[in-house]
Design a protein around this ligand. Structure first.
Ligand code: SF4
Length: 346
């Protein structure tokens, strides 16, 4: 009832198309709803069905994904769509075991998609519902530890109604997102307030207990923006690891106490290219897992040499105006945007 009255009219809730629900669930992992909405519209307009996605070019999918981060999600979407097409499906089937074995489908994503699309009686647990359940049942300790995870999944399963599991699961998440917020939950508006242990005991601020966050390590890196005439060198990252298959300006770490110019000279030597440092383009900061990285981009004028072809699967000398055609990670896109008039080839 609460969900029917209060749920936000999100684009993936317009119908119960399993394909659209799947795309939304994958995009929403680690990403805010407001950020996802425009990406979702662009994606389902470009690939209207699982079969269209299965035939898509990875380069284009990564471009559409650019800025959302966690690019493995996009590659797994493509792989899963291909596997389903090859098995004769034209959408996500209502088959828990089959779906769970696809790339990118953990327990949460499988259950979220199948319950929302088909009312499969499967529980869900993500950040919002975890917080809500911890408070509702007064669960102490870190919710991420194994014992608490088991307990929370068990409770989420016990609470599932016989019918309408999809609406029920969404209502747990929505109530967590809109009412049982991390700070200052709106208990007076909550339909669960009379049964909620945390509310009755006045312990909303203590539950759930926050996990200890890992200490951040600072790193300094230099990126070389090498120009030759009106073109600039881009390299493609390998197909595995962070930012797999994305393009970038070559970059590497600064050693302790090393200047950016010296770090760039070392990097150029590894690349097999000789060049002259022209200017510093920009310095930007970004975080990757537990690393806080300061990245300085230097403009290098190409002198001679050929890029060592064993280092990257592909490279390209591209005009500045063509940089938008290449999917870049968020920090590399910021560097590309800072180029503007900073680079003029010899
Ligand atoms: S009563 Fe308050 S703490 Fe309890 S579930 Fe509702 S919003 Fe959360």
């Amino acid at each position: 009832m609460w969900f029917e009255l209060r749920a936000r009219p999100l684009p993936w809730r317009e119908n119960r198309d399993a394909y659209r629900i799947w795309i939304s669930e994958v995009m929403l992992q680690q990403t805010q709803v407001a950020t996802v909405i425009p990406y979702f519209h662009r994606f389902v307009e470009r690939y209207r069905s699982l079969l269209e996605l299965a035939d898509a070019d990875e380069h284009e999918v990564l471009q559409l994904w650019e800025g959302l981060g966690y690019y493995r999600r996009a590659r797994d979407l493509l792989k899963a769509a291909g596997q389903l097409r090859d098995a004769g499906f034209d959408t996500i089937p209502n088959d828990e075991d089959l779906v769970r074995a696809l790339p990118g489908f953990g327990r949460y994503t499988t259950n979220a998609v199948l319950s929302q699309a088909y009312d499969a009686r499967l529980p869900i647990l993500e950040a919002n519902s975890t917080r809500l359940l911890c408070r509702l049942f007064g669960i102490d300790g870190d919710p991420k530890i194994t014992a608490n995870q088991r307990r929370l999944w068990h409770l989420a399963e016990l609470l599932l109604p016989r019918n309408k599991s999809g609406a029920f699961n969404q209502s747990l998440m929505e109530l967590g997102a809109l009412v049982c917020k991390p700070t200052a939950p709106a208990c007076s508006e909550c339909p669960l307030k009379r049964r909620c242990v945390a509310c009755l005991q006045g312990r909303q601020a203590e539950i759930p207990q926050h996990s200890k966050s890992a200490a951040m390590t600072k790193l300094s890196e230099v990126a070389v923006v090498i120009t030759n005439g009106d073109r600039v060198l881009l390299v493609q990252r390998p197909p595995i690891g962070r930012w797999a298959n994305l393009w970038e300006f070559p970059h590497g770490p600064n050693s302790d106490g090393e200047t950016h110019e010296l770090a760039a000279a070392r990097l150029l030597e590894v690349l097999g290219i000789r060049g002259a440092v022209e200017t510093e383009i920009t310095t930007l900061r970004h975080s990757v897992t537990r690393y806080r990285i300061t990245l300085t981009g230097l403009h290098i004028a190409y002198l001679n040499g050929t890029l060592d072809s064993t280092l990257y699967p592909n490279h390209a000398w591209v005009q500045l105006a063509e940089l938008t055609n290449y999917p870049l990670s968020a920090p590399q896109r910021r560097l590309a945007e800072a180029l503007g008039g900073a680079c003029h080839g010899p």
